[in-house]
Design a protein around this ligand. Structure first.
Ligand code: FE
Length: 135
């Protein structure tokens, strides 16, 4: 992973696949139940697919039944939030705290026994690093 962040959308387009670009930079949403990481259950770290910023520990992943990888907490200072009123809804958009790419949305219907939060993430916006692969 190139540590330097792209300075233009053109650079982002070259770095990402067309699907990644459409969702990370174009704020799209992947088809539910389509994501490669939906059923990932190994221990490890979920990082931003665009810049490698660590976002979620596997300890916080849960099966929300929505078809998108879901987490009940992000790593400290890993993400930023912005109000999103697109599509006639009031939602909280979740952005990578490092590169500003779109990741998904935050909802308040997560597991009550933990945080009550549900980070609804696009699988295509995440890369998984299993514990064994960690340096
Ligand atoms: Fe990022």
């Amino acid at each position: 992973m190139d540590e330097r962040l792209p300075e233009s959308e053109e650079e982002w387009r070259k770095r990402l696949t067309p699907e990644q670009y459409a969702i990370l930079r174009g704020k799209g949403t992947e088809v539910p139940f389509s994501g490669a990481l939906l059923k990932e259950k190994r221990n490890g770290m979920y990082v931003c697919a665009a810049c490698g910023n660590p976002l979620f520990s596997s300890d916080t992943k849960f099966d929300s039944g929505t078809g998108w990888p879901s987490f009940d907490e992000s790593l400290p200072n890993a993400v930023r939030f912005v109000p999103d009123t697109a599509h006639g809804m009031r939602r909280t958009e979740v952005l990578c705290g490092r590169c500003g790419s779109h990741l998904g949305h935050l909802f308040d219907d997560g597991p009550k026994e933990t945080t009550g939060k549900r980070y609804c993430m696009n699988s295509v916006c995440l890369a998984f690093e299993s514990e064994k692969e960690k340096k």
